[in-house]
Write a protein that binds this ligand. Sequence first.
Ligand code: NAD
Length: 247
Amino acid sequence: NGKVALVTGAGRGIGLGISAWLIAEGWQVVLADIDRKRGAKVAKALGSSAWFVGMDVAQESQVAMGVAEVLGQFGRLDALVCNAAVSDPRNPPLAELKLSHWNQVLGVNLTGPLLLAKHCSAYLQAHRGAMVNIASTRAHQSEPNSEAYAASKGGLLGLTHALAISLGPDVRVNAVSPGWIDSRSPGERRQAPLSAQSHAQHPAGRVGTVEDVAALVAWLLSDRAGFVTGQEFIVDGGMTRKMIYLD
Ligand code: NAD
C-alpha cells in the first residue's frame, strides 16, 4: 500500500508478529528495538519491506533521533504501533519494591508511547495516520506483585484516549489489550509446550498467538477502521469474561 509504519519492540514476540503481518499487507515497516543486534538481524530476514532503527523508547533523545532517521529514509510516516515494553509483569513484593524498578517499568511502558506520539504526531497528522498502543488485560485485573506493570498498562489506556482527542480528527489512536499470548519463538515453544489445561481454560479453547493480535492491529491501522478512535480492544480468548468459582 506504499505506507510506512513504525513498530516498537519489534525484535521479537508480538511486535515481530505485527511487523510481519503489516509487511504481508503491503506496508513498509520500520522495526524499532533496544536490542540492535537482534532487531537488525530480524529486519534483514523480513526482506526489503523491513528496515531497522535502534532506540530505547524511554529516552527522548533516542526516540527523536530514531524518528528523524525514519523520516530521512522514507520521507513519511503513516502509522505508529507502540508495543515495546518491559513485558515481565512481576515486581518484587510491595515492601521490597524499589522505586527504580517502578520508574523503569513506567518509563518504558508508559513514557515510551508518550515520547513516540510526541515525536511522530506531526508526520502522522500530515497523512491522516493512525496509532495503536499495545496495553494488556492486566490494565483491568491482577496477580499479586504486579503493581508497576498493571499501573503502566492502565496509564496507557488513559494516554490512548487523551491522544485520540488531542490528535483528532487527523490521527486515530486506539489500544489493543492482549490476554495470554504465546509470543515465544517456535524453538522455545517446542522446548516447553503449554499444557492442555492452559489452552482449555480459555473460552476460545486456546492460548493466543501473535497473529491474533496482529490481525486486529492491522485492521485498526486501515481506513476500514476510520470511525474508530480512543477505544480499547481486548484480545484474550474471552478470559476476562469468565467467572471462576472453585466450589
Ligand atoms: P517481549 O518481551 O517478547 O518483546 C518485547 C520487545 O520489546 C523485545 O524485543 C525488547 O527488546 C523490546 N524492548 C524492551 N524494552 C525496550 C525499550 N526500552 N526500547 C525499545 N524496545 C524495547 O514481549 P511480548 O510478549 O512480545 O509483548 C509485546 C507487548 O505486548 C508488550 O507491550 C506487552 O506488555 C504486551 N502484552 C503481552 C502479552 C503476552 O502474553 N505476551 C500479554 C499482554 C500484553
